[in-house]
Design a protein around this ligand. Sequence first.
Ligand code: GDP
Length: 442
Amino acid sequence: MAFEGLSDRLQDIFKKLRGKGKIGEEDIKTAMREVRLALLEADVNFKVVKDFVERVRQRAIGQEVLQSLTPGQQIIKVVHDEMTALMGGSESKLTLAAKPPSIYMLVGLQGAGKTTTVAKLGRNLLRQGRRPVLVAGDIYRPAAIKQLQVLGEQVGIPVFSMGQSNPVDIARASLEYARSQNRDIVILDTAGRLHINEELMDELKQIKSAINPHEILLVVDAMTGQDAVNVAESFNRDLGLTGVILTKLDGDTRGGAALSVKAVTGCPIKYVGMGEKLDALETFFPDRMASRILGMGDILSLVEKAQANIDQEKAREMERKIRKQEFTLEDFLEQMQQVRSMGPLDELLGMIPGIGKQMKGFKGEFDEREILRIEAIIKSMTLQERRDTSIINGSRKKRIARGSGTKVQEVNRLLKQFEESRKLMKQFADLGGKKGKRGGMP
Ligand code: GDP
């Protein structure tokens, strides 16, 4: 997971401070030295680190922290605030044209993830009720056009292509196409190069002046750290960017690019790529990212993920079953599958406050294979057994274990877990009922 090293280091530093009832200037000095090192090691730009630490230090030695009853927590709040500000403060939205189509031009070096991101962005906008068209403008990279056509088909968005024609002509013609087909957003893929060169910039400038895009978004690979920031600086200087999309943040990146880009270039990060799959493009929220880095979790993103993935109708039905204690093993399995469809478990767990840091320990228990085993056990039961576990006697257990390739102990453990979660759910449901509130997810 991205930021893991930085996140661990920062949490250790603040844990030491939290343990103290009173904090003096000396403690702050030591902590700030450690924060500085942790940020440098995460490959955050040198000057950005210096300014950041100074701002935090100023606030930390002020009234806000030292006079507070919980100085250890107060200082984390200061760091959280400053980190949020460093990454741009608040969400930076895409500009929509007063008169459609809105034109978004994606630029970047080869391999950054540009073509994939064109499709991901299209998918996001489509889900918001827009009618995008993707434009195959990367005429140099072999197979880029075909790649976009395949992706377009997967996300159900038309792809405008003119083969290897002149990219400026393609861009112009795509606007005509969008107007004639009543498409309200044009997302243009452009050619990348292995390195920045004049030829590339000239071509991009020509396209820019021909179509006047509402957004010029640079796609950069977060794994390349400070190189990503340098690339952003060059593109911004030559082309004028409106924002950055940082890809591959799901990987093992140290996070330096995410923390430096805005401060160095002035361009906000608008989206982050969190995986190869087409649903893995997330809006970038500086405050939520700061929370994740500081191990405070990201409940808001988790809830949104749940809302996007979980069928609301089913959730209400589930809630009703829990209240009436009709919740069966089949429902249990269905819920598990829904949670799984939300993404890799370790990523989800990282969004829960307090879990991030302990993740390593949890990984074993939340092993995906464990879920597959549970699935196998439940699938080896008859419908009757799934709906009423009380009929599962010794010989039935043996049969289920055989059928699922597990042991009787594992079947027992699952039944026990299920009973416990049923009890817990009942308690929650009762609680919700007493307060007269509708719980969302069970
Ligand atoms: P382009 O040359 O910039 O158009 O790059 P592509 O769109 O072909 O992407 C290059 C590679 O990066 C592909 O294998 C993509 O699947 C992968 N990729 C793109 N975005 C992400 C991301 O957010 N996370 C991960 N893990 N891989 C990504």
